[in-house]
Design a binder for this molecule. Structure first.
Ligand code: GLV
Ligand code: GLV
Length: 320
């Protein structure tokens, strides 16, 4: 049986799956991340790695594990932290956890849409800072969602689930995507595909749901913010570096866009200091999939992936 190294703390049911399959499990049990040096040491001799999105799974880490390594099971749908090519060239199967976090992440995107358009962060800060306030006809007015347009950048599972929620709030949907979404989906959502320029010009809320890769690095930067309506909001629950954060700060401060709701940051966990000054930004610490149910489902799916590969079977959710 194999040696499975779990590089960060994960819900226990995932460890149970690995042990029940007869594997030796070496798991990091503390909440805080281990250092890179510890990590390189921990992975030595592993047949399988179960990794978190905060760890760089690169050639160095794969080599530190050794030639017997067969699978890297990343506990995330996004896998920009995994050098997939380096895995492939070593014959290591890489897997991710699509599907199980779709609803939780879409819920969070919808929450950010509501928080930004209704200025809920600002309102909460008024109360917590004990600033005097009273109901007023024009006090902290936001904007409504009904008959507004949501522009979904990347209509994958999470983008579609967010669009479904937005539809329930009365929004119309447009989307941009590398390839056209299935007709069934677009007719359910009443969504039509446009290019990114059109999406930016027409949307009242732009929500990012694309993966991060060199092709989407700074997909939104100064000229894209300039192309958006000054009344529009940007929502990012995908990956931080899809947005040029410095340019976003300028756009928020200069009134080029009305606000932003961010769950991810360009240089996580650092947050651009300019964002902290922006009342019109809602800032969350990467909570997209942060429910007990979802994190358990992600970790157990990753464990299933590792167990399958070690048994010589096709894993449920391989990357690529
Ligand atoms: C979370 O950010 C994920 O990619 O699963
Ligand atoms: C990503 O879009 C997923 O499959 O959940």
């Amino acid at each position: 049986m194999g040696r499975v190294v779990v590089t960060g703390k994960v819900p226990k049911p995932a460890l149970d799956i690995l042990r029940r399959a007869g594997h030796e499990v070496v798991a990091w049990e503390r909440e805080e991340q281990q250092s890179r040096a510890q990590l390189l040491e921990q992975v030595s001799g592993a047949d399988a790695l179960v990794t978190l999105l905060t760890e760089q799974v690169d050639a160095e880490l794969l080599d530190a594990a050794g030639e017997q390594l067969k699978v890297v099971a990343n506990v995330a749908v996004g896998y920009n932290n995994v050098d997939v090519e380096a895995c492939r060239s070593r014959g290591v199967v890489a897997t991710n956890t699509p599907g199980v976090l779709t609803d939780a992440t879409a819920d969070l995107a919808m929450a950010l849409i509501l928080m930004t358009t209704r200025r809920l962060g600002e309102g909460e800060r008024v109360i917590r800072s004990q600033t005097p306030w009273q109901w007023g006809m024009f006090y902290l007015l936001g904007s409504g969602l009904q008959r507004k347009t949501l522009g979904v950048v990347g209509l994958g599972s999470i983008g579609a689930a967010t669009a479904r929620r937005a539809r329930a709030f009365g929004m119309n949907i447009i989307y941009s995507s590398r390839s056209a979404a299935p007709r069934e989906l677009t007719s359910e959502l009443g969504a039509h595909r446009v290019d990114l320029d059109t999406l930016l010009a027409e949307s009242d809320v732009v929500s990012l749901h694309c993966p991060y890769s060199p092709a989407t690095h700074h997909l939104l930067s100064a000229s894209e913010f300039a192309a958006m309506k000054s009344s529009a909001y940007l929502i990012n629950t995908a990956r931080g570096p899809v947005v040029d954060e410095a340019a976003l700060v300028e756009a928020l401060k200069g009134g080029q866009i009305a606000g932003a709701g961010l769950d991810v940051f360009e240089d996580e966990p650092q947050v651009h200091p300019g964002l902290l000054d922006c009342e019109n930004a809602v800032l969350l610490p990467h909570l997209g999939s942060a429910t007990i149910e979802t994190r358990t489902a992600m970790a157990t799916l990753a464990a299933d992936n590792a167990v399958s590969v070690l048994a010589g079977e096709d894993p449920p959710t391989p990357i690529g």
